[in-house]
Write a protein that binds this ligand. Structure first.
Ligand code: PLP
Length: 482
């Protein structure tokens, strides 16, 4: 009976998945209820429930209390994924695109439709709870405002962070963690600990523009490695480059990469950890989006496979909770001592009050509850964004198909230059991130990154419509000019 029941639930699950794939059930639709499915199939409640749970497990539907299961995603994407060039360029001094500064300054401008920044909408974060915790922390002991914390961070917080890392299968003790002011601070500490001016650092291409700024400010050379919008960094290209050039460090975001949303498969994570050991390469891993897989199944970071301490794990709560508190951390492996020392010599310690608020929130269990809701919201936002892109952008665009996080990467027709689109969109009240700033070569001049951290509404719809109109206008102008 057990085996038969197993087949029956899979059979029903496959049928439901098939109807999601062929569009009978669309994103946002309610699937038939348990009662309806029982009537239609004659199966037991347990079998029907397991079938629905299977659809949920695959990330295509979610259960809402007392309302049933709702479709969350298509199993077939609308768009083709952007292509990857496998060519690796030689290391060269890091440069930053002229638009980068203006883009960064513009972040947070609320008058623009927010497709540009990599930020969550304030309505997606538990503001009431965080405010209550902040008051309680102050009421319990206001001396937290006046005291330095240990340079490596408050031990109470590091204990909570070590628990989270253990849940992600990274074995590290609180003593091996250094608290930072956001992830960027952690990354700068790690990079400074392992290299200096003139050294070669590898980055993904396209990459987070902040990494390019950092490398430029530290007067380093960079080598830009091909990165697949679905599977992330090309490890063959990394290995070839390691054999040819003296690469000291790699800056990499294996989970829901900025800007593509790529997720590095598990076997690649293992291989990257092994390559790091073999080539004595410091791998600086940013895991800021790691907690945001739509199906709730978190991939262990590369640090989980690292046996020799070459992986320097960096993260923060900026992308999953509250960017403004600036709480991040690193577990820098074999470079713990230099990183601790640098933290002390650059900023003494991170703000104690902010550390305590985060510590209380983590300890209360509120973070996991919040993450469950957030992942569902982000998935719906991304799906709505893709729907709108299909309505308004040119049909031939290529778009990444992330399984988590909140960033989409789109390659527009070659006639649309992202810097021109950026300026025109800004004039029209829409912010968008030009792909040109995500690399120092010109490979991504016609790509854009779209933020899905905001709930879809009419304003966003109008913003996407404007982007579509501007794409057509810029395309027509380019054709006339040529
Ligand atoms: C991959 C990546 N790492 C680090 C950061 C910086 O995070 P934080 O705000 O915690 O400094 C960002 C922000 O966009 C990011 O995309």
């Amino acid at each position: 009976v057990g085996t038969q029941a197993r087949y029956r639930y899979m059979e029903l699950a496959e049928q439901l998945l098939g109807r999601i794939e062929d569009g009978t059930f669309r994103v946002g639709d309610r699937l038939p209820s348990v009662r309806e499915l029982k009537q239609q199939t004659g199966f037991s409640t347990a079998t029907v429930c397991r079938a629905l749970e299977e659809v949920e497990r695959r990330g295509l539907a979610e259960a809402r209390p007392r309302s049933g299961y709702f479709v969350l995603a298509r199993s077939k994407p609308y768009f083709e994924v952007p292509m990857v060039s496998r060519r690796v360029q030689k290391p060269r001094p890091a440069t930053v695109h002229a638009l980068t500064e203006s883009m960064v300054r513009g972040t947070g401008q609320t008058r623009l439709v927010p497709f540009g920044g990599a930020a969550l909408s304030p309505e997606l974060v538990p503001a009431v709870q965080l405010t209550r915790i902040a008051r309680e922390v102050l009421a319990a002991d206001s001396r937290v405002l006046f005291r330095y914390s240990e340079p490596a961070g408050l031990m109470e917080l590091r204990r909570e962070l070590a628990k989270r890392m253990l849940a992600a299968r990274v074995d590290c003790s609180p003593e091996q963690i250094v608290v930072s002011a956001g992830c960027m601070d952690a990354i700068r500490l790690c990079l400074t600990a392992v290299c200096g001016p003139g050294d070669v650092v590898a980055v993904e291409t396209p990459t987070f523009f902040g990494f390019l700024q950092l490398a430029r400010d530290m007067r380093m050379s960079i080598i830009e490695l091909p990165t697949d919008p679905t599977t992330g960094l090309d490890l063959d290209a990394l290995e070839r480059s390691l054999n040819r050039y003296p690469i000291k460090a790699l800056l990499v975001t294996p989970s829901f990469q900025n800007p593509t949303g790529a997720l590095m498969p598990e076997q690649n994570r293992r291989r990257l950890a092994a390559l790091a050991g073999k080539h004595e390469l410091a791998v600086i891993e940013s895991d800021v989006y790691g907690e945001l897989p739509f199906n709730g199944q978190r991939q262990p970071p590369v640090a989980a496979y690292d046996e020799q301490g070459w992986v320097m794990y960096c993260s923060s709560l900026s992308k999953s909770l509250a960017a403004g508190l600036r709480v991040g951390w690193t577990a820098p492996g074999r470079f713990l001592e230099p990183v601790r020392h640098l933290k002390l010599s650059t900023s003494i310690c991170s703000p104690s009050f902010n550390q305590l608020v985060i510590r209380e929130f983590l300890q209360s269990g509120g973070f996991d509850r919040h993450l469950r809701r957030l992942r569902g919201s982000l998935m719906r936002n991304m799906s709505a964004t893709l729907d709108a892109m299909r309505r308004h952008l040119p049909a031939e665009i290529r778009v990444s198909d992330p399984r988590g996080g909140f960033l989409l990467w789109a390659e527009l027709p070659a006639t649309v230059k992202s810097d021109a689109l950026y300026h025109a969109a800004k004039d029209a009240g829409v912010s968008v991130l030009p792909g040109a700033i995500c690399a120092s070569n010109r490979r991504f001049d016609s790509a854009i990154r779209i933020n899905c951290g905001y709930r879809w509404n009419e304003r966003m719809e109008n913003g996407m419509r404007s982007l579509g109109q501007l794409c057509s206008r810029l395309s027509a102008a380019a054709r006339e000019g040529s």
